[in-house]
Design a protein around this ligand. Structure first.
Ligand SMILES: Nc1ncnc2c1ncn2[C@@H]1O[C@H](COP(=O)(O)OP(=O)(O)OP(=O)(O)O)[C@@H](O)[C@H]1O
Length: 244
């Protein structure tokens, strides 16, 4: 039977998984985010797409509670983003933050200790699925191997919101397919919500059900992918229309 992570965590069944209202962020007088507003319904897989420097990572850091916005608000399942939401979201950051001095096995033991929602059976399953060797030293892993370990760490938690910032950067074709299929496996019961920032539209084209297109710190368009397809467009063609 599907696990309802949201109910288990006492979260509102009706609140959007993510809701942002008029978020603004400036860094050293430069406007990074300029009035960002959107909602992400529970159970969806939303692609956050846009050119380099559009503000995707900055936005994800605010939603994750790692950066404070100058104004506006971000809510996760109805609760203000911040430390009080750390149990509700699992984030894969755009730069690796794994401890290089540990082996994979040691890291997984450590992660199991620090995350109350850690699912050891899931971690073991993903080790096999993503072909990650438990004996590898993290500092000696290639970019792609480390990306797979990061994803494994992220998906081995039972948090109802999963945020992936560039999960495919520097990752080879087969590893990309493995990562995409691990995400598909997690989507099956619809209990989790995914928000994924990526430039690799082709890997995810068939998985996204919603798109948020962001450029120069502003929302350029929000799309329902089913409606987009009905109008004869693909995610890629819509991206080109907005940003070319
Ligand atoms: N700490 C910082 N100091 C100065 N500028 C910053 C800082 N953080 C982000 N920026 C600037 O904010 C803008 C948005 O950066 P961000 O990393 O959010 O974009 P992005 O859409 O994730 O880009 P990419 O696709 O290249 O990863 C960029 O112009 C970046 O240089």
């Amino acid at each position: 039977m599907p696990v309802n992570h949201n109910k288990d965590a006492g979260l509102s069944a009706k609140a959007p998984a993510v809701e942002c209202n008029n978020l603004k962020l400036k860094v050293k007088k430069k406007i990074i985010l300029d009035g960002i507003s959107f909602q992400i319904p529970q159970g969806s897989l939303t692609g956050l797409l846009g050119p380099n420097g559009a503000g995707k990572s900055s936005l994800l850091r605010i939603i994750s509670g790692l950066t404070a916005a100058d104004s506006g608000s971000a809510h996760i399942f109805g609760k203000p983003a911040g430390v009080q939401c750390l149990g509700e979201l699992s984030m894969l950051p755009d730069r690796s933050n794994l401890p290089g001095w540990l082996t994979v096995r040691e890291w997984l033991g450590f992660a199991g200790g620090i995350y109350p929602d850690w699912d050891e059976a899931k971690a073991q399953e993903l080790l096999r699925e993503l072909s990650v060797s438990p004996e590898s030293q993290i500092s000696a892993m290639s970019r792609g191997e480390e990306a797979r370990l990061q994803l494994l760490t992220c998906l081995s938690r039972q948090a109802p919101l999963v945020i992936l910032d560039e999960p495919f950067t520097g990752v080879d074709l087969i590893s990309r397919e493995r990562i995409a299929s691990a995400v598909v496996g997690e989507l099956a019961d619809g209990a989790r919500t995914f928000l994924i920032a990526t430039h690799d539209i082709r890997e995810m084209e068939l998985l996204f059900d919603r798109l948020i297109l962001i450029g120069e710190g502003q929302i350029q368009s929000i799309e329902d992918v089913e409606l987009l397809r009905q109008s004869g467009k693909s995610v890629e063609s819509r991206y080109r229309e907005v940003f070319a």
